[in-house]
Design a protein around this ligand. Structure first.
Ligand SMILES: *Cc1c(COP(=O)(O)O)cnc(C)c1O
Length: 219
């Protein structure tokens, strides 16, 4: 199927309640524009410079989500335009986002990335670390960031029971934080291979790359 047809299929399948992030990392602007012409306005990238290059070339009504690990010295390049930073995995990163947001006279929305996969993934906060961050005095000082939810990546597996258990664990944490953090509204979980299960377990934002744009060249 074409990129346009894939976008239409996903929009229809997901409806109004689940936001589709079209993960366009490694893809050419011409591919992204096909998705744009099909009505897609939310794109996800995992490298700051690549996202900045695409932002400068593409229409300005696009919402750009940073979905990958970010080095603190790169935050300044996306601070003027990024719509949602999905993978905040440390207090030091959040502090830098706050600083750069302030310089740009804006508030940047962020999600905390939580480790839910069984495999020892490099990035993401543990439940305890996330709790500690949200309860810290430093966090209350960050007036130019708004933490609006959580993001997680499940283990790369076909084992449905395992996927469900990882997603439902994140959903419970999200519900728990939502009680004390009224700004919480986004639970980003699910990718091409597991988005259906993620939605059944409570996701309201899915990050879909290969099922829209085709397989990526590995790099
Ligand atoms: C690449 C990526 C995706 C999309 O993966 P697909 O399997 O191609 O849908 C989603 N989330 C993150 C964080 C990614 O890096």
């Amino acid at each position: 199927m074409s990129i346009q047809a894939n976008i239409h299929k996903f929009k229809e399948e997901l409806g109004e309640d689940v936001t589709l992030v079209a993960v366009s990392k490694t893809k050419l602007v011409s591919d992204l524009m096909q998705a744009y012409e099909a009505g897609q306005r939310v794109f996800g990238e995992n490298k700051v410079q690549e996202m900045e290059a695409k932002w400068s070339e593409m229409p300005k009504d696009i919402q750009w989500h940073m979905i990958g690990h970010v080095q603190r010295n790169k935050v300044k390049y996306m601070a003027p335009f990024v719509s949602l930073i999905e993978a905040v995995d440390s207090k030091r990163l959040l502090k830098e986002v706050n600083k750069q947001a302030k310089k740009n006279d804006r508030t940047i929305r962020c999600l905390l990335q939580i480790k839910i996969a069984e495999e020892d993934s490099k990035f993401g906060l543990s439940t305890e670390e996330a709790k500690e961050l949200l309860a810290s005095d430093a966090f209350k000082e960050y007036k130019n960031v708004s933490v609006v939810g959580l993001m997680g990546m499940a283990t790369f597996t076909d084992n449905e029971a395992q996927l469900r258990s990882e997603f439902s664990k994140l959903k419970r944490l999200f519900d728990d934080f939502s009680k004390t953090h009224p700004a919480f509204e986004i639970l980003s979980m699910g990718m091409s291979g597991d988005y259906k299960i993620a939605i059944e377990e409570g996701s309201n934002m899915v990050r879909v790359g290969s099922a829209i744009f085709g397989e990526r060249d590995t790099h």
